[in-house]
Design a protein around this ligand. Structure first.
Ligand code: GBH
Length: 471
């Protein structure tokens, strides 16, 4: 690592860490929780590495008091968690489950008692199975069910929530869930994936409006995993056009309706052979374009693309094995090229400059929109030393460089309000099960024991200092 200057962040910059319900809670069949698409998917042979499931996960449901102490000891200003819809409304419609609601109430109160701001995500991929059986996100009805659930959560948790996030990464829900099928529910139907894109967007708008109808002062956001796509050959018209296609599918399919009140014309043209988009009804984009208090941005790595020359397997480097097909609906002439390393244990390239590029781009296109980095982090093969300590210098270096890159974007004018490290603790990494560890706190899956990695101590000091040390 080159010598670097220290960097300070504004006094009110929010330092946080993030998790998601299915990845940490466990207690999958307790206290009235209903099944989600991830229960079904992970219990289907061959869908996750080693057949891992979230049945127990980090057992956070039972270890809440202890985990609150870790959150407090880190000095986090905010903690980003998600609410398991099937825990609070087991069938996704109809009656609510008080025991499930009580769990999140205890979590939120526990945070507030410790002076930590609760940042709640309503949907981090665990759709109630009954709603999938009725059609899932490709079905318009799911958006209305989501609205109902959001309204009830606003009533139950009320003004105790500092920031509401409707959806986490609808790109993943739509394209990985319904096109490539590497995520639950594992469907491989390109047209359904585009319908899912729209109904997720619609669900966001309906939910945000419902939250504000209950809580007029509520802060409402959505979190996107925007893609930084770069052309293999910047002077090639074909490669630059490949970038445009990926940008439309990954970024503007969401930014357009959310912030411009319309879908990009090129997205509809590129996918015209897949769907006619007739599921978009009059008035929908106005519903989607509710005011956003902040845009949540998750950033991990960059993408390198070019026009496919017709040989090999386009899309094979999408980071998900691409076994069942490509998530890139309608972009079969785009090839993903493995970017230069170094790489994390996910095989994702490490490139902090993409963080700056992304935040600055959003700032240029939407100058008045505050942003928040709601996830950033890395999986590495952590080594536990004989004395039990866990030295993860690569994770520290990754976090350092990416926080520095956030600061660089702010120097360029981006209004970034906070940063959340992914993740508070090792957890169920979706298709990769427990094999990949993103935590700053290690979880021993046999005993449930939590142990701070060096990166946790380092991050605690960053928070206390309000910025990065010189290195
Ligand atoms: C997030 O998704 C999730 O919100 C979180 O639950 C999850 O645990 C965490 O990240 C870590 O995976 O092939 O190099 O282009 C991440 C979404 C989408 C990020 C696909 C990486 C592919 C990388 N991912 N993307 S690459």
């Amino acid at each position: 690592m080159n010598a670097k200057n220290p960097r300070r962040f504004p006094e009110d910059f929010v330092w946080g860490s993030a998790t998601a319900s299915y990845q940490i809670e466990g207690a999958a069949a307790e206290d009235g929780r209903g099944p989600s698409i991830w229960d079904t998917f992970s219990h289907t042979p061959g869908k996750t590495l080693n057949g891992d499931t979230g049945d127990v996960a980090c057992d956070h449901y039972h270890r809440l008091p202890e985990d609150l102490e870790h959150i407090a000891a880190l000095g986090l200003d905010a903690y980003r968690f998600s609410i398991a819809w099937p825990r609070v409304q087991p069938g996704g419609s109809g009656s609510f489950n008080q025991k499930g609601i009580d769990f999140y109430s205890r979590l939120v109160d526990g945070l507030l008692e410790r002076g930590i701001k609760p940042v709640a995500t309503l949907y981090h991929w665990d759709l109630p199975q009954e709603l999938e059986d009725a059609g899932g996100w490709p079905s318009r009805d799911t958006a209305y069910r989501f609205e109902e659930y959001a309204e009830q959560m606003a009533r139950q948790l009320g003004d105790r929530i500092h920031l509401w996030t409707t959806l986490n990464e609808p790109w993943c829900s739509a394209y990985l869930g319904y096109a490539s099928g590497v995520h639950a529910p594992g469907r491989t139907e390109p047209a359904a994936a585009l319908a899912a894109v729209h109904h997720l967007n619609l669900g966001h708008g309906l939910a945000g409006r419902a939250i504000r109808s209950v809580l007029p002062g509520a802060q409402v956001s959505i979190t996107l995993n925007l893609h930084v796509a770069r052309p293999v050959d910047p002077s090639s018209v074909a490669d630059v056009d490949a970038v445009r296609k990926i940008d439309a599918l990954a970024n503007r399919a969401f930014l357009g309706p959310l912030l411009d009140g319309r879908y990009p014309a090129d997205l509809w043209e590129d996918t015209a052979h897949v769907t006619d988009w007739s599921f978009v009804r009059d008035g929908d984009t106005a519903t989607i374009q509710i005011p956003l208090d902040v845009l949540g941005v998750n950033y991990y790595s960059t993408n390198l693309v070019r026009r496919w020359d017709g040989t090999g397997d386009p899309g094979a480097a999408d980071g998900h094995g691409n076994a069942a097909g490509s998530p890139w609906v309608g972009a079969s002439d785009v090839e993903f090229v493995r970017p230069p390393g170094p790489y994390t244990a996910m095989g994702w390239n490490i490139d902090a400059s993409g963080m700056t590029e992304l935040l600055v781009r959003i700032h240029r296109e939407y100058p008045d929109l505050p942003q928040m980095v709601t996830e950033n982090g890395a999986a590495f093969e952590d080594v536990v030393a004989d004395d039990g300590s866990i030295h993860d210098p690569k994770r520290i270096s990754y976090l350092h460089d990416h926080i520095d890159a956030v600061g660089a974007a702010m120097d360029d004018g981006a209004d970034v309000r906070g940063y959340f490290a992914w993740s508070l603790m090792d957890n169920f990494e979706w298709s990769y099960g427990y094999d990949r560890r993103f935590g700053i706190i290690r979880v021993d899956y046999d005993t449930g024991q939590r142990t701070w990695k060096d990166s946790a101590y380092w991050y605690r000091d960053v928070i206390a200092r309000g910025g990065l040390p010189a290195t």
